[in-house]
Design a protein around this ligand. Sequence first.
Ligand SMILES: Cc1cc2nc3c(=O)[nH]c(=O)nc-3n(C[C@H](O)[C@H](O)[C@H](O)COP(=O)(O)OP(=O)(O)OC[C@H]3O[C@@H](n4cnc5c(N)ncnc54)[C@H](O)[C@@H]3O)c2cc1C
Length: 441
Amino acid sequence: MGLLFRGIVWFSVYVLLVLLPLALAMLGDPIAAARPWSLEFAVAGGFIAYAIIAFEFALVSRLRAASEPFGTDSLLQFHAQMGVAGMLFLLLHVLLLLPHAASASMFNPFAGGVAARSGALAFWALLILGVTSAGRSRLRLRYETWQWVHASAALLVGGSALVHILAVGHYASRTALRVILIVYALAFVALLLRYRIIRPLRLARLPWEVVSNTDVGGDTRSLVVRPVDHPGLRFQPGQFVWLATGARPLTAQQHPITIASSAEPDEAHHIELAIKAFGDWSGNVVPQLHAGARVWLDGPYGALTPDRFPGQGFVLIAGGIGITPMLSILRTMRDRDDVRPVVLIYAANRPERMVFRDELTALQSELNLRIVLVYESPPPDWRGEQGLVTTELLRRHLPKQYKRFQYFVCGPAQMMDLLEDELLEVGVPAAQICTERFNMG
Ligand SMILES: Cc1cc2nc3c(=O)[nH]c(=O)nc-3n(C[C@H](O)[C@H](O)[C@H](O)COP(=O)(O)OP(=O)(O)OC[C@H]3O[C@@H](n4cnc5c(N)ncnc54)[C@H](O)[C@@H]3O)c2cc1C
């Protein structure tokens, strides 16, 4: 089945699941007492909000079959957008209920019956979820703290929303609807168990060992790992793994890291990961991973790969450590004797922040490759491109046939947002732009 077709099927299933509770409420036998339209709309908003929230986790729970057609980056953005949509439906639910509520105590999770308390709890938990997600950097929350708050608040929202709907009854007194709502909750629990318990246990049986850990400049470590008593990993150039470090996979910290190696395996099935120091884990834990240390790799994931999006030629645009997928793509092209033309636009703050520059320069003699280096703060004697990657810069360097090329863009979120607009502005068809953000959440 083609990726596009699979994407359409998964998206249709998702929309169906989101609308199913509402459809079951609307299509059942009419409920005797007529109610004001605002109350009916409030209930409709509530059903949609519940269904959206129930499937939020499914979007980010590393279900490979479902994520493959879209890519992790797009799914993460969709997860965030649907989170906002869920919140808006819940807000609509609350606002339309206000005129019918007995008093402002509808917001008090300690007052009233089960239905009122659980509804208020879901409301406040969703508010916490929204505020901590939208304002994570302003609140200066550590990623791990935020992740913990996010997961706990999400559990609380889903759980109390279910109790609320079941306790209110009315439409939810119908068996079919009750069953569907409970099945959604059970599906969520099953995915959580798979994610937290089953997947780590499976990883434990497939350990990897650090072969070398080298400083390659620009605050970056090159970590080479080898599979221990298993055949390793088959991946496509540009894909990433979740690298778990710690005593055991059940408790290990996991971080998404792109495979920098060629997808054509060497005999020992070594894999290279290039990791730049950004925070606690990459700055303190990674440098301490000595040869022989045990790690686990969950993957591969991601769709930023020419194996899925082939083209007559490629334009690779990397910002900083966003060079890792491009390195994998170029190394793989070399090993496959791929002679298709490639333009690499590689932006970094200063020359010393750029990693693998010598290897990239050498690759120009083995591939049909042209490299454009861009420094934000160049040294005084630099005669090349400087500043940001702008539409003018793109126009100067894109090849003649640029509308037929495939584009891969990877780097920090701000750069990606700019580039997506700029590429469209210079006339690159949206379908030929594939992106990956290195910031999650
Ligand atoms: C698909 C993908 C591929 C990546 N590939 C590379 C790569 O090849 N090389 C590289 O150096 N970096 C890569 N990154 C970025 C890398 O994952 C983060 O730099 C790293 O997780 C930072 O962790 P920290 O605790 O050191 O820093 P922190 O300061 O805690 O986090 C910095 C940022 O990294 C992200 N992050 C932190 N922890 C996690 C986590 N457990 N799960 C998900 N995101 C997290 C968050 O956006 C956070 O704001 C990639 C990111 C993504 C999404």
